[in-house]
Design a protein around this ligand. Structure first.
Ligand SMILES: Cc1ncc(COP(=O)(O)O)c(C=O)c1O
Length: 444
């Protein structure tokens, strides 16, 4: 059992620290036990075959005492790492209360205040509704768009988008009071390309021509949509950065056609791209913002921030869920919302440096380096094609054996993504780069 005296458990200057083969004997035993009891469908242990003992900031220690550099941050859930700030806030809140339904606590009000403060000055009249996960947030946002118009209509979503995997269980729930919105009625989607030009020539003009056809050509066969859901940078889709002004053009398109603009900031938000919210890069005002992941510092929560005037069009109850806005997440989130702005300049400067370092590796396996802030994608190829995912997994395992946790994403699962914590010591970026570079160069 670790105690607070054990921290810091390793000086970053001495990381990574590899003492055994990976997985080591204790990890192997726990992985075997997991297989015995847990569904065979777990996926992350395939990418990172070890068992975790503890973590601090940007270091993760496995069951055998090996210490890894964390470039994953729980998929952008730990934007300040396994932070002492979160540990302290959660411990203090735990001594007060850790479940309160929707009844206000000081932690909840602090969170709501800080959350609103994190948005630009022209979005200070927006309201917040809580959820539990990113999927829950995106589902609620689309439901909100339908509910304020009192009708269901398709939502425009992009190729390569990831907005989560959620259910439609309300269709099995009885009680008309729960059914005044559009959950469980099966959302309809009109899918359009996202501007991605590495393996396809999907430029913005083609996309907006297509969008106009959807709205204006009755022979094209589309039902009129009511909303657009868009990631400012595609996350799971491959860390795809659209051209500057893309969101501004989506906003203009939504205004011209009276569509609700939903921006999914689940992965891009909370400072990840070097702005608090990535839509700020295009200086726009979304109608609804979906946030989750880092908003609770690792305690599950999501928060949907929507235009204040929508409030009067919503039935009560609107969104349900016993565990929404857990006080521990509220306490942790309020601290993070205050802390993250201090790191944005750092993230922009170091993010640019990282992109240059990845590009300078000069491997002919590196097809593209892209990103913003600490959301950096390195797309790999092999003889003119996307690198085969089995080869990518081999690379991922070789990074791990050398002490670096780095994950992948993308249509072809061939994009390595840097998701370091915004406060990661620079020495851990440099050491991670050495590990990455030595596996990629000389190219074979
Ligand atoms: C942009 C985006 N939206 C939604 C989600 C879904 O979040 P969750 O896994 O918490 O349901 C994710 C998860 O990775 C995401 O990246």
């Amino acid at each position: 059992m670790s105690t607070s005296e054990d921290f810091p458990f390793l000086d970053p200057a001495n990381a990574p620290l590899i003492r055994t083969e990976i997985p080591g004997p204790k990890s192997r035993k726990l992985l075997e036990e997991q297989k015995k009891y847990e569904t065979a469908t777990v996926t992350y242990p395939n990418s990172f075959p070890f068992a975790i003992r503890r973590a601090e900031d940007s270091l993760i220690e496995d069951a055998d005492g090996n210490v890894f550099i964390d470039w994953v941050s729980g998929i952008s859930v730990l934007n300040m790492g396994f932070s002492g700030v979160v540990r302290k806030a959660v411990k203090e809140q735990m001594d007060l209360i850790w479940h309160s339904l929707e009844i206000p606590t000081e932690a909840r009000i602090n969170f709501l205040r800080e959350f609103r403060n994190s948005f630009p000055s022209d979005m200070q009249d927006y309201k917040t509704v809580f959820g539990i996960s990113g999927s829950d947030a995106c589902e609620t946002a689309i439901n909100l768009a339908h509910t304020i118009r009192k009708r269901k209509a398709p939502t425009i979503a992009f190729e390569g988008a990831y907005h989560g995997v959620s259910g439609a269980i309300i269709s099995s729930t009885s009680g008309t009071k729960y059914k005044k919105s559009f959950y469980g009625t099966g959302f309809e989607t009109i899918r359009v390309p996202y501007p991605y030009t590495v393996w396809q020539d999907l430029n913005e003009n083609v996309i907006f021509d297509h969008l106009e056809r959807i709205m204006n050509d009755p022979e094209a066969g589309y039902d009129r949509p009511d909303s657009v859901i868009v990631e400012p940078i595609q996350g799971e889709g491959g860390y795809i950065v659209p051209p500057k002004g893309f969101l501004k053009n989506v906003r203009k398109f939504c205004d011209e056609h009276d569509l609700t603009m939903i921006v999914d900031e689940v992965q891009t938000g909370m400072g990840r791209t070097g702005k608090m919210w990535a839509f700020q890069w295009d200086n726009i005002k979304p109608d609804i913002v979906c946030s989750s992941k880092s908003v609770g510092g690792g305690i599950p929560i999501s928060a949907i921030y929507y235009r204040g005037d929508y409030d009067e069009k919503l039935p009560t109850p609107f969104h349900m869920g016993t565990f929404r806005a857990n006080p521990l997440a509220m306490a942790a989130g309020a601290q993070l919302l205050k802390k993250i702005p201090e790191y944005l300049d750092r993230v922009n400067a170091l993010g640019e440096k990282l992109r240059k370092s990845f590009s300078d590796i000069g491997s002919d396996h590196i097809r593209d380096v892209r990103g913003k802030g600490f959301m950096v994608g390195i797309e790999l190829e092999d003889r003119g094609k996307p690198m085969d995912s089995s080869k990518v997994t081999e690379l991922k395992h070789s990074f791990l054996k050398n002490g670096l946790m780095m994950h992948t994403c993308g249509h072809y699962s061939n994009v390595f993504r840097y998701m370091g914590a915004l406060n990661i010591p620079e020495v851990l970026n440099n050491k991670g780069l050495e590990i990455f570079e030595s596996a990629l160069r000389p190219s074979s």
